[in-house]
Ligand binder design. Sequence first.
Ligand code: HEC
Length: 396
Amino acid sequence: MGMDIAWQEWLGLMIRWLHVVAGIAWIGTSFYFIWLDQSLRQRQDLPEKVHGESWSIHGGGFYHAQKYLVAPERMPTELHWFKYEAYFTWISGFALLAVLYYWGAESFLMDPNRAALSPSAAILTSVGFLAGGWIAYDLLCRSVVGRNSGALIVAVFVLVVATGWGLTQVFNDRAAFLHVGAVIGTIMSANVFFVIIPNQKKVVADLQAGRDPETSLGLQASQRSLHNNYLTLPVVLLMVSFHYPVLFGGGAERGWVVIALILLIGGVVRHFFNSQHAGLTGRALLWQWPTAALLSVALIVFLSPARHHEDLAVSDDKALSIIIAHCASCHAAEPTDPAFQSSPAGLRLENLEQLRTHGVRVLAQAVTSQAMPLGNRTGMTAEERAELGSWIQKNR
Ligand code: HEC
């Protein structure tokens, strides 16, 4: 008896599980430490070298944290580091990218209408963006621009938006958005791996040897942490954009504007929380949410196509022949496409009844955006999309 094991599906599922959990742990600790830092309060009789303390209650007990600004007199025997959350998030993320987007490069990564790449050239391009993004970012931070925090943040913003523009010129929309997330994620984990942790190690070594640690080490690490902090919300949205053609479907012309808006919205919301944790009140907290809301409305308007009813007369036979030709090779009880053992997303499009039931989803994926057919492997034309749209509008 032969077994039909859907390896790609199973691997994808297991790695995604790990990736999501590691990411939650990383962002969770990062949010926690930002909050802890801002919640520290000074008191007259704190022990020497203690900069502030914070009390909290959780899970039935009280916690009392004290922060030493540089370091305690003597190194504690047990010191906890926080780094594996970041490393595992990146490793599992890259593995997931490989299983989904490299293994299935032709369907998931490439768009022959944008760049005529072979699958291996497309994979190299992807790796090039990840490595190149980090190198460009790191050079920026170390350049003269890096001496001014504000200017640096603007430069990093421009770099990410430009990366987004580049990616939407070579990959399909969905892969391009996911890659912007992957480039940001790579920058964030590389910050931890190449800068923050090594700097902390040097500080610890200096202290153990009785030397005064260089202040620049701490400054550099906190600059990188600040970037990571402002990038957390955009990176999460870009990762889940995968499911939302309404967001990534702007095409090669509009994609970079969408990415710029996502960075601004996420950054402004993060700024609200940073300001609030820092103890700011009143007017200092009034502008962030309204700004984020306005930008979100702008994003939605920007991405909503002007409604033009292409009112084509499309017979039932014609509609059926379109989905049979372009959808049913994958979306069937028994797909004929060798990449799939069962209907993707549990969606079957083998008859008109099914097309009617799933009309709204089909409109989103194959008419308003061009996310389906996957990788446009079946070569669906603009005219066929309009015809499919007209049939659904009339029959749903
Ligand atoms: C080459 C295989 C393939 C073809 C052909 C294909 N799809 Fe898909 N489709 C997928 C896969 C894989 C998924 C689920 C995972 C994903 O979103 O990438 C999917 C998901 C979907 C979804 C669900 C998305 C959601 O989460 O709601 C819709 C709707 C859809 N396809 C519509 C279509 C339509 C309409 C056609 C034909 C015009 C089509 N697909 C052709 C592979 C295909």
